[in-house]
Every structure is written in structure tokens, then in C-alpha cells.
Design a protein. Sequence first.
Length: 307
Amino acid sequence: MGSWSGTRRVRDGIGAVCVAVACLLVPLGVLAGWAAYGLADTGRYVRAVTPLADDPAVREAVADAVGDEVVRELETRTAGDSAVGPFVRDALESFTRTDAFRTAWEAGNRAVHDAVLHALRDDTPSGGPVTVDLAPVTAQVRQRLEADHMPYAHRIPVAHTEVPVVRAEDVAGLRQGYRLLGAAALWLPLTAAALAVTGVAVAASRRRTLTAAGLGTALGGALLALAVAAGRRLTLADLPDDVHRPAAGAVYDALTATLRTASWLLLAAGAAVALACWLTSRPALRRRRPAPPAPPTATPAPAGART
């Protein structure tokens, strides 16, 4: 009897360890998959950021950033004409509400993402930064402003200059991290699933182990949601002072929308498994309860006592 009890404890211990490691790997696998197959996919990235063209904070940030550059360039070409600024900013604010801006926004994001992704996947070492030519986007902006008869719009330069988007010293580290994420996105979910199945199969108390797996998955989803929220706060806090924080927050929310959905799905799925195990265990508990004692039966009186 003692040997059987010891075997059960060993099996339950092995099962608990396997399930605990699996529950730890699940949110990490979701995070790696989101980075490798979400952020690193140009189509998904563009679909995520395209709706931001209608976000007021993003439109304001783009108008300010582009307006500053255009005004600086035009003032050098118009002998410091101070009247240029209000015209440019009014025209840009109007431009950000047009379909042409949405097209330019999508084209610009696609160009930047393609350039970064090409650098991450390129095995040829390069000593320079990752750059992108935004001249086609600038040409669309100038064409639209000229159609709106904005003063000095024809003087906006459309030069094919390589704009750096990733510093040269960061390329090698990002390339290595991209490869690690690709491997982790494949193997972490498979390892988590294998450990969870092994833990439930080895454990002597399978129902209890499966309940623990569900609760652990739900906890992992909740921690992932908290990590996304904390990451947003830290990301915005570390931005330079000249960065438009509401726009940066809108971009962060758009890129992490899939991750937040996945975290809530993990929470719901884990809680559902744990609840199902608890509900199905109730009939079994009732069957194991000892039967109530039978009521005492009346003892027949002796024959000699009858009258």
C-alpha cells in the first residue's frame, strides 16, 4: 500500500512539473508568434496600421512632423518668409483628412516595413544603416497640395534621399533576434503542448492535473495582458520629448491588438477547461460518498408475551 501511494505521489509530481513548465511556455510562445508572424509580416503590419490614418492623434503628429520639415525647407528657399508656416500647416491638416493621405500613409508604412524586413532576412552583412526612399510618398503629398492650390507647394523637394530607419550598429542584433523569434515561435508552442499532454497522461490524478493546467493557462493569459499594458506604459515613458505620445500610443495599440486578443482567449480557454473539470467531478464526488445508515427495523415481540 505504501509503495502504491509513493508511486502516485511521484507521478503527480512529474505531472505537476510538466504542466507548470507548459503553462509558463504558453504566453511566451504566443508572444514569440506575434512578433515573428505578426510584426514581421508586411501584409499584417500594413493592415494593422492602415486604420490609423483616420486617428486624430496620428493625423496631428504627421501634420506637425511633415509641416516642420516642409516649412524649414521652404523658408530657406523663400528668404525666411514667415507667412509660409500657417499656409503649410493648414494645408497639411486638410490633407490628412483626404483619401490621398490614407494612400500615402499606407505606402510609407509599407516601404519602411519592407526595408526593415529585407535587412533582417538578408544574410549578407552590411556596414550601413537600413534606409528607405520616401520620395514616392513625398511626390504624392506634393501632387495633392498642388491640386489644392497651396502656395509654394511646387517648391516642395522630391529628392531621392535615403532616410535611415535603423541604425547600422543595431542591424546585427535585430537580425539575430529575428532569427531567434522565428525558432521560438515554432518550438515553444509545440513544446508546451507536448509537456501538457505528458503531464496529464503521467499524473495519477488526471482530473486534478487537467484542472491545474487550465488554471495555469488562464493565469498565463492574464499575465500576458498585464505585460502588454505595462509594455505600453514603459514604451511611451522612454520616448524622446519630441515624439507625439498620443500618436505613439495609438500605433502601439494597433500593433498589439492581436496580442491582447490572444491573451484574453488564453484566459477564457483556461478558465473554461478548469470549470469543466470541476463540474464533471461533482457526480464522481457524490458517488464516492458513503451511503447513509439504514433505519433500524422493529424487533418482533416474543411469542410468550402475547395475550
